[in-house]
Design a protein around this ligand. Structure first.
Ligand code: DX5
Ligand code: ZN
Length: 215
């Protein structure tokens, strides 16, 4: 199966955002990952929906939006209008998650459920059939540059089994602390999509890191 790399713009140089988007257009990156935060679900603020709109304007890649916000169902329409292709909502942030999943689908976007490092995979049992992605957080959400939590390897296996057991076509995405030291083993273990910020943007040659992460 294809190995998908989604660079996280949280680590881009925002003073030169256009330059970084053009660099990613020319790279082997598959999607652009945008982290939206609300200061409450996570203790940080990043970008809003107008940011997504401008990225979409200059990027030639699908936009993968990761919502780290409470009650994301309030924003589905505005997210659609901002140009998002995929939307990830946190299991921990939704009261009526089934309704939110179907609302995202009705707007024609793909839907992923993100789970925090300490949220068990089995909680997804009743919704795994309806979603396009499981986004396993391999750091505590809110900040780039954190260390990869090793327990994620086990969770990739558990997610793979859950998908197989329920005849789901969901893909497994992993986000946080991904670098050239763990990317290949994650792909080999069953991850389909890797989100990476610091390892890509702190390199003098981001395109090469993206290329090497797919090997
Ligand atoms: C963390 C974000 C990640 C983050 C990854 O809350 O969801 O997408 O940008 O950055 P690195 O790769 O630096 O951990
Ligand atoms: Zn993210």
């Amino acid at each position: 199966m294809k190995r998908i790399i989604a660079p996280s713009l949280l680590s881009a140089n925002l003073a030169f955002l256009h330059r970084d988007i053009i660099m990613l257009n020319e790279s082997e990156a598959d999607w652009l990952h945008i982290d939206i935060m609300d200061t409450t679900f996570v203790s940080n603020i990043s970008f809003g929906f107008s940011f997504t709109k401008y990225v979409k304007k200059y990027s030639n890649k699908p936009i993968d939006v990761h919502l780290m916000i409470l009650e994301p169902d309030r924003y589905i329409k505005i997210i659609k209008n901002s140009g998002a292709n995929n939307v990830h909502i946190h299991y921990e942030s939704c009261i009526h998650i089934n309704r939110t999943i179907f609302s995202i689908k009705e707007y024609g976007m793909k839907v992923g459920i993100a789970i925090n490092p300490n949220t068990p995979v089995f909680l997804l049992k009743d919704i795994i059939k309806y979603i396009d992605f499981v986004l396993l957080m391999s750091v505590n959400p809110g900040f780039s540059g954190q260390n990869f939590i090793e327990n994620t390897f086990k969770k990739v296996n558990e997610t793979k089994n859950l998908i197989i057991d329920n005849y789901s076509s969901a893909l497994i995405e992993v986000d946080g602390g991904i670098n050239l030291g763990n990317s290949s083993i994650l792909f080999k273990n069953g991850a389909n999509i890797l989100v990476s910020g610091t390892a890509i943007f702190s390199s003098p040659d981001p395109k090469k890191v993206i290329h090497n992460m797919k090997l």
